[in-house]
Each structure stands twice: as C-alpha cells, then as structure tokens.
Design a protein around this ligand. Structure first.
Ligand SMILES: [Zn+2]
Ligand SMILES: [Zn+2]
Length: 351
C-alpha cells in the first residue's frame, strides 16, 4: 500500500485544502523530517488570498504547498546522509539549492541560480504537512535548550537578523523598530541582545507593544495615541534613532522612518509595500544624509538565528495562537478578523 501524509495545498485564492498526498521515495542525500511545529507567516496568508505581489507577478504559482517556518524530528535518512539519524531535532533553511548549477558546484549553494524557496517562489513543498523532505546540506541540528515550538520562530528571526546585520550596533546605538509583527519584535530582541542602548518599538496595539517590552524593547510608542516623531525626539534627547527598521509595510511609515532617523542615520526597509510611494521624503533623506537599505532576507541565516534562541533570546511573548493542522483552513479563512490580536500563530503538527 502506498504511504500518504496529510498536507495543506493552496489551489487558488481562498481555496485551501488539507489532503492525503502520496509520499515519494527519499533521495540519497535527503532527510525525511516529521514536522513538529509550523509558523503561520503573512506571506502564507497573502498567497492564500492572492494578494501577494509574487502571486500577481506569476513568481508564486498555484497549486502551492505553502509554509516555510518550521521545526521537526528526523524520521528517516537517505543512504548518503552522515550528519543526522532518526530522532534528531532539526531546523532547516528556507530555500533548497539545485546542487548542479555553477554556483552550487563552487560550494555557493545560497547563490544557486535555480534555488527553490520553501513554500513560496519556485516552490519546494512547504511545511503545513506531516513530513518534509530536505537535503542534508540545508538541515541543521537544533540545540537541546530550544523547544521545537520556539524553533519554528528561527526562520522569521533569520529575516530579522538579516535586517539587524545591516548596521553595526554599538553600546551607544539607538534602534527604532516600526511594526509589531514577529519579524519586528524579533529585530527588537536581537538589537537588544546585541547591546543597543535604546530599542524603541512603534506600533498601534497596546498588547503587541507589551509583547515588544517582553522581547527586550526599552521603550514603546503607540502611534495612535502619541506623536511618534515627538516621542522619539524626547526619548533620544533630540537626536533621533541611529538605526530605524521599518517592518510595517505602510507608505506613511516609510516617511515616518525617515523623520525619526538621526542625521547620517540608517533606515532598513523590510516589508513589501505592494505600491509606489507618492510622498517619498526625498529631501529628508538628502538633508539628513540618510542611508536607506532594502532587506529581502537572506538564505542561510536560520542556524545563526537559532543560536540566539539557544542563548535565550526572549521570544515567548510573540506566540499568540496555537492550533492543530485540521484547524488551519478555517484559521486562514478568518485571518483578517484575528489580525488585530495576532502576532505569531503556530500550528502543532506532530511534536
Ligand atoms: Zn515567513
Ligand atoms: Zn544551484
């Protein structure tokens, strides 16, 4: 009898199904991993609704086995696998290289020209599933001190880490983070453990700002109640933030990021805006001599992000929802209703 597993596929906008799908044979360099926890990402939701710019551009195509934030336990290893055995707890990269292009052959697997992103562009089957197939070279052991649940946050944390690495944080650095999603709070936590003097998180919901304080923010500003620019000036004694991470994705917040940055400050933009900006504050950028960096997230930072988790990075406060795999389609269907109360929702698959 053929082996099957439960997996979630998005067939088109708002058409998500849990199905029994056949399990293929394991390749010799692959690890078969029983998925423990999967994180629900805004990208997954945008693929589900069809609003993702990558769906519109045709770079993400239906049917799509979504999901790229996860942790698991090794079930079986291919014949050439040496680093893992059944029962090992693991995390993985969010992309899978081809192993055959020139870059791969030179050992630069993150420069792979044919890279398949897990659950998104050029889709490698994603992790709303009972099992994942991953090449050994993209799989990493998980430290005992990190729970499988928190390990599902390693991928979004790796995106936050990609942003935080855009600036050399020193003991006198003030970092401002606009946004209160899991990547924003991850960036605040990382800036804090990297030793920033002040970490200021700007958001619109008090309970998310409370979570930011638990993640290591020194100050929080609710921009629906206070003038963020004035508050920033107050907190930083008039100087502004040396490093601003804009993660909320609103056109207004790009402008805000420029305004709250200090002279010669750096602004990192790590959201998708899905539109052109009419009011880009170009003169603010010029007169303050700002550096603006786009952050797409890098392949390869997941294990480094997991090291921060192993050292006790405070992320527990960002997990707001937990559910079973069977509940996923209904949760996606009403995701707009829960967005105000959600930071990171996790799916318990087979921990
Ligand atoms: Zn994600
Ligand atoms: Zn390649």
């Amino acid at each position: 009898m053929e082996k099957t597993m439960k997996a979630v596929t998005v067939y088109g906008p708002r058409d998500m199904r849990i199905e029994d799908v056949p399990m293929r044979p394991l390749k010799r360099d692959e690890v078969l991993v029983r998925v423990a926890w999967t994180g629900i990402c805004a990208t997954d939701l945008a693929i589900y609704t069809g609003e993702s710019s990558f769906v519109k551009s045709g770079e993400i195509r239906y049917p799509c086995r979504v999901g790229h934030e996860w942790s698991g336990i090794v079930e079986e290893v291919g014949e050439s696998v040496t680093k893992f055995k059944k029962g090992d707890r693991v995390i993985t990269d969010n992309g899978v290289s081809c192993g055959e292009c020139d870059n791969c052959k030179c050992g630069d697997r993150f420069g792979c020209t044919e890279i398949m992103s897990v659950g998104t562009i050029n889709c490698w089957d994603g992790c709303y599933a009972e099992y994942m197939y991953m090449p050994e070279c993209h799989t990493y052991p998980l430290a005992d001190s990190v729970s499988l649940e928190e390990a599902a946050l390693a991928e979004p944390l790796s995106i936050a880490l990609g942003a935080v690495k855009k600036y050399e944080i020193r003991p006198d650095t003030t970092v401002a983070v606009i946004g209160t999603g899991s990547i924003a709070l991850g960036a605040a936590a990382l800036a804090s453990v990297k030793g920033a003097k002040q970490v200021i998180v700007i958001g619109r919901k008090d309970f998310k700002l409370e979570a930011a304080l638990k993640c290591g923010a020194t100050h929080v500003v609710n921009s629906t109640k206070e003038n963020a620019e004035e508050r920033l000036r107050e907190i930083t004694a008039g100087k502004g933030a040396d490093f601003v991470i804009e993660s909320s994705g609103g056109p207004k917040t790009v402008e805000e990021a420029m305004r709250i940055a200090s002279k010669r400050g750096t602004v990192a933009l790590l959201a998708f805006y899905e539109r052109t900006l009419d009011a880009f504050p170009i003169d603010t950028l010029v007169s303050k001599e700002l550096t603006v960096k786009g952050v797409m997230g890098e392949f390869g930072l997941v294990p480094e992000a997991a090291e921060y988790l192993a050292k006790g990075l405070p992320v527990e406060g960002m997990i707001t929802h937990r559910m079973e795999l069977a509940e996923v389609p209904a949760f996606f269907a009403r995701s707009a209703e829960t967005s105000g109360e959600r930071i990171k929702a996790l799916v318990r698959i087979r921990p």
